[in-house]
Structures are given as structure tokens and as C-alpha cells.
Design a protein around this ligand. Structure first.
Ligand SMILES: C[S@@+](CC[C@H](N)C(=O)[O-])C[C@H]1O[C@@H](n2cnc3c(N)ncnc32)[C@H](O)[C@@H]1O
Length: 194
């Protein structure tokens, strides 16, 4: 069963020219997603689930999802520079990583995900992650939705209201997206070991 992280970004573009220097300088805030990729590549060997990163590009000229299966191809990542290079490569040559772009509206994507996953929305106003029994049901894919450098837009939050989801909080502190991934994966790995 899959472990999916869905992260909407209004800034990341699929076809603009980007270099390692421009990304390190903050272009499109791709650095946020590169850090997420690095963290997921590390958890890939520690969690007995197929991990998938879904980047929803909500920029008006994109409206597409890039799905990236976290495979052994990413096991060579050692630091943020490695993961930034690889993220650039995934964006320009997704087929090399079995990744793919799909044009889809955000609400339709959510609709599709509900068909075989339990959906969790990460928000500091949610319920404690410790009390979520559904996380231990191994027959379900788990999909966690979180913001990137920004929280979800009002429109994206509204789309969530049309589906069944559980709001999950990791406490009152505001964490970076990559840290949220680590906290969730750490929690799941403890559940799997008990
Ligand atoms: C860097 S934060 C987004 C921006 C930030 N909230 C701000 O004020 O600019 C990335 C995402 O991680 C998730 N997140 C951060 N802290 C959290 C917490 N304490 N509990 C649950 N989710 C959290 C939320 O989904 C959030 O949108």
C-alpha cells in the first residue's frame, strides 16, 4: 500500500528554465520540494510502503500534477545540492524516474485519491496524529496533504471540504514541509514496528 505526500505549489513551473544557481537563489521555491525529495529518499529504505511524492502545480498556466515514485533511483542523494540537481532532472525528464505529469484540476485529483486512500490534511488546527487508528490499517494507502512554503489556498481548502478527510495536527509549532514529512514518517515507522 502506498504512502503518498501531496504538496500543492503555486510557484513551481514545469517548463521554465532553471539552473542549480537560480534554484538555490530561490527560483520558484523549488528548494522546498528538493528538501522534501531528499527526506523521502531517506525514508524509502526505512518504511515498508511504496512512497510517492505528488507535486500539484497550481499556477494558472500549469494546473497539473507531477507524480514521482520514490524508488532506488533516489538512493544516491546525500545532500540538498544532490536533491536539487535531481529535482531539476525529474522536472525535465520525468520518464527517467517513472514520474509523470498529468493535467488535472485539484478537486478532480482529490476525488481520484479518495478512491483508494485515506486522506489526511496536515494543519496545526487538526486532531492529534497519535489518536489516528486508521494509520495502522495496512490495507489502505495513506495520503497526506500539506502546504509547501505557503499553506493551501482557500480554494484548495474548499475542495477538501467536498471529500472525506481527517485534519491532522503535529502540534502548535509551524514546521517546514520537509520537517512535516520527517515527523509523519517517523510516526508511521514507530507504528509499523509495534
Ligand atoms: C512551511 S508550512 C506553510 C507555511 C506556513 N504555515 C506559514 O505561515 O507561512 C508547510 C505546511 O506544513 C504543514 N504544517 C506545518 N506545521 C504543522 C503542524 N504543526 N501540524 C500540522 N501540519 C503542519 C501545513 O500543511 C503547512 O501548510
Amino acid at each position: 500500500m502506498k504512502l503518498i505526500f501531496l504538496i500543492p505549489s503555486s510557484t513551481i513551473r514545469s517548463t521554465t528554465k532553471k539552473t542549480i544557481k537560480s534554484v538555490v537563489g530561490g527560483q520558484e521555491r523549488l528548494d522546498v520540494l528538493s528538501r522534501c525529495l531528499l527526506n523521502l529518499s531517506r525514508w524509502n529504505n526505512r518504511i515498508n510502503r511504496e512512497i510517492q511524492l505528488l507535486i500539484y502545480m497550481s499556477h494558472e498556466q500549469e494546473q497539473k500534477v507531477l507524480s514521482i515514485p520514490i524508488s532506488d533511483k533516489f538512493s544516491t542523494l546525500h545532500n540538498e545540492i544532490d536533491s536539487t540537481y535531481m529535482m531539476l532532472d525529474v522536472l525535465s525528464s520525468p520518464e527517467e524516474y517513472n514520474a509523470e505529469y498529468r493535467v488535472i484540476r485539484f478537486n478532480k485529483l482529490l476525488d481520484n485519491l479518495t478512491k483508494d486512500s485515506s486522506i489526511f490534511y496536515l494543519t496545526s488546527e487538526g486532531l492529534s496524529i497519535d489518536k489516528q487508528k486508521v494509520l495502522t490499517q495496512n490495507n489502505l494507502s495513506l495520503c497526506f496533504i500539506l502546504g509547501s512554503q505557503h499553506d493551501l489556498s482557500d480554494e484548495q481548502e474548499k475542495a477538501l471540504f467536498d471529500i472525506e478527510y481527517i485534519p491532522i495536527s503535529l502540534g502548535e509549532k509551524d514546521y517546514l514541509a520537509s520537517h512535516v514529512i520527517t515527523i509523519v514518517c517517523n510516526h508511521l515507522s514507530h507504528l509499523d514496528n509495534n
